[in-house]
Design a protein around this ligand. Sequence first.
Ligand SMILES: O=C1O[C@H](COP(=O)(O)O)[C@@H](O)[C@H](O)[C@H]1O
Length: 240
Amino acid sequence: MVTMPDVIVYADPDDVAQATAARLLVRIGDVLAHRGRADIVLTGGTVGIATLEAAAASPLAAGIDWTAVHIWWGDERFVADGDPDRNEGQAQRALLSRLPLAEDTIHRMGSTSGFASAEAAAESYATEIAANGSPAFDVLMLGLGPDGHVASLFPGHAGYRTAGAAAIAVHDSPKPPPTRVSLTLEAINRAAEVWVVAAGAAKADVVAGCLYGDADLPGSAVRGTDRTLWLIDAAAATRI
Ligand SMILES: O=C1O[C@H](COP(=O)(O)O)[C@@H](O)[C@H](O)[C@H]1O
């Protein structure tokens, strides 16, 4: 099923992060009650990391069996382990190190420390997804760049439309660092719920472009099979 986006507007970036964190924790609890395992895809980016910090600080986090929660990423910067640009390192500090997660349920994308190329890291990630039964991710969160990128799918890049693969290498990213690994649009759109989080006046035009269907913008094309949510602040909502 293709879902149309529901848009929820909050007062400011902090409210977006707090509300998204609460929604995430409740959703994880629901999914665990229903099927005993949850597969959650994290995003980097300003609001994405603020959301993880809010989740770690929430009293709701204590009620979750984190050993049954599988953590994935929508994209990653292909740099060395420990590089401050790594999305997984930022998530580690914001959330993962503060929760009793099992290390074997954290599915990090590869880095230059372990892989000779972004292609090899992408292939390995696709293999890891397949080895886990190609789960329909329960929640997949995405930040939105001011150019309309989501994950590391950039406007005008061939990778935006790649078919037949779950993960790809990305070169010449207009936003540094230039080399990345990303889930494909196909993999993103297999998720049950896709949540786009964005805040700030700099995102207002692109939020409108995506929601009004500018197909050149990768953010316009993401859809969950059960639900698509745009969780944005008032400044990002001024053009819709
Ligand atoms: O490079 C990236 O940027 C986007 C959005 O970041 P923001 O700081 O403008 O919110 C993020 O979604 C993506 O995961 C990341 O790699």
